[in-house]
Each structure stands twice: as structure tokens, then as C-alpha cells.
Design a binder for this molecule. Structure first.
Ligand SMILES: [Zn+2]
Ligand SMILES: [Zn+2]
Length: 257
């Protein structure tokens, strides 16, 4: 009974953190880009029109469901007897701060590869409509779309945490840093506005970095641009949308009317 109570309490604690993380960044982005600056910055919006209220509601409802699934997977990995089989450690001194920071960066690269291949898989016509269609109902995504997944996709998305927990020694703080970065990048990817400067997509570094224009094109055209943080896989495997550089240049060179 004691473990059960402790367990349910921890589950609600994880759920609160997961959902608040989404809420804080999506609300901030929404207030600025879809509220205060909506009209002043509309010329700069990747797709000129704004989504409908029902789109925001759908994105938020699915994101709430996703929060429950993410919290459930987190709870199972870290707080059940199952955690004894993972490589999670709690004393920073065991591997040092340098390792902790490096491991957080490694997770970001690992997640990019995990996401690219998982994303290609769920675009396969045999599973697309059961798993990934919900996310693509947003053809003009807003910050609220950052966690708008079908529950089946949410399970696959959470899979990266399972992979990481078993792959190498990892401190919860490294996972926390990674999850924070992931949330910020996902809100940016669905923001509807580009924040990187003109010329970035053709730059030495920029050509390998995913942008909001890039992911917005994925939502508009459904095919191509499967990456998350980087464009390595899309460029290497020729899945980058052929008009990407032009679209990026067009969006970032508009002048205020
Ligand atoms: Zn997709
Ligand atoms: Zn998306």
C-alpha cells in the first residue's frame, strides 16, 4: 500500500513537470507570436494565415493525453523495480560533471537519429493513419502542436527515454537538460515563424541544423524533411524538400510592409 501511494504521488509529480514544461513554453510563444505581436509580425509568418480555434483546442487536448503517456513511461523507467535494469545513476561524482554535460549532448544526437527513423517508419502507408495522422492534422502548426500526438505515436516518441536509460550511464539531470532542450526546440519547430537569420540554411553550420521553415514544410507537404534537430539524415538520404533553401530565403528576407 505504501509503495502504491508513493508510486501514484510520483506519477502525478512527473505528470505535473511534463505538462508544465509544455505549458510554459507554448504559452509564452503563443502570447507573443499569436497575441501581442500577431498583427505586427504577420508579414513574417511562414504561412500567412493563422490556424482556427478548433486547431488549437485539438493540439492542446492531444498534448494533454501525450503528457500522461510520457509521465507513465518516465515513471516505469525510473521509479518501478524495472529501473534496476537501467544504467541510470544518481551521484554526479560517479562520472563527473564533464561526462554529465557530454551525455546530455549525446542524447540530443541520439534522439535526432531515433526520431528520423521512427518518423520515416510512421509515414509508411500501412501505419500512417493509425499512428501519425493526428500530428499532421495541423497543416499550419502552432506552438500548441509541440506534443500533439496520437497516443500510439506518444509511446514511440517516449521510446527514446527507454533507449537512453539502457544505452549508457545517464544522470537524471542530463535527461532533464535534454528534455528541456527538446521542448524548446519542438515549440520553435511548430512556432509558425522563423527565428534563424537569412542565409542560415546555406551556411556551413546552418545547413545541418533543422529550422522552423523546414518542419513547417513537413506539415504543409507531408513528404520530406523528417529530421528533428539536425538535417544530417535528410541531406544524406535525399529526403530534404527540394524547395527548402528557397522557402527559407523567402521567409527570412521579407520586409515589414
Ligand atoms: Zn510526419
Ligand atoms: Zn510536427
Amino acid at each position: 500500500m505504501g509503495f502504491y501511494l508513493l508510486g501514484t504521488k510520483s506519477f502525478w509529480a512527473i505528470l505535473t513537470v511534463v505538462f508544465l514544461r509544455y505549458l510554459v513554453f507554448a504559452v509564452l510563444a503563443f502570447i507573443v507570436f499569436y497575441g501581442v505581436k500577431k498583427h505586427a509580425w504577420q508579414f513574417w509568418k511562414i504561412q500567412n494565415r493563422f490556424p482556427l480555434r478548433k486547431d488549437y483546442v485539438r493540439e492542446i487536448v492531444y498534448s494533454i493525453v501525450t503528457s500522461f503517456i510520457f509521465a507513465g513511461v518516465g515513471f516505469a523507467v525510473f521509479l518501478t523495480p524495472f529501473s534496476a535494469y537501467t544504467q541510470v545513476y544518481y551521484k554526479v561524482g560517479d562520472y563527473g560533471w564533464g561526462y554529465l554535460v557530454l551525455s546530455a549532448i549525446l542524447i540530443i544526437f541520439l534522439h535526432d537519429t531515433y526520431f528520423y527513423w521512427m518518423h520515416r517508419l510512421i509515414h509508411h502507408k500501412s501505419v500512417y493513419k493509425y499512428v501519425h495522422r493526428v500530428h499532421h492534422l495541423s497543416t499550419n502548426p502552432s506552438p500548441w502542436a509541440a506534443m500533439a500526438f496520437h497516443p500510439l505515436e506518444a509511446v514511440l516518441e517516449a521510446g527514446i527515454i527507454v533507449v537512453v536509460a539502457f544505452a549508457f550511464p545517464v544522470h537524471p539531470l542530463a535527461i532533464g537538460i535534454f528534455l528541456l532542450f527538446m521542448m524548446i526546440y519542438n515549440v520553435y519547430g511548430h512556432l509558425g515563424y522563423e527565428l534563424y537569420p537569412n542565409g542560415f540554411s546555406k551556411g556551413l553550420v546552418g545547413r545541418w541544423i533543422n529550422t522552423s521553415v523546414n518542419h513547417n514544410m513537413h506539415h504543409q507537404y507531408f513528404r520530406g524533411n523528417y529530421g528533428l534537430y539536425f538535417l544530417f539524415w535528410d541531406r544524406w538520404l535525399g529526403t530534404l524538400h527540394p524547395d527548402y533553401d528557397d522557402a527559407f530565403g523567402e521567409t527570412t528576407s521579407r520586409k515589414k510592409p
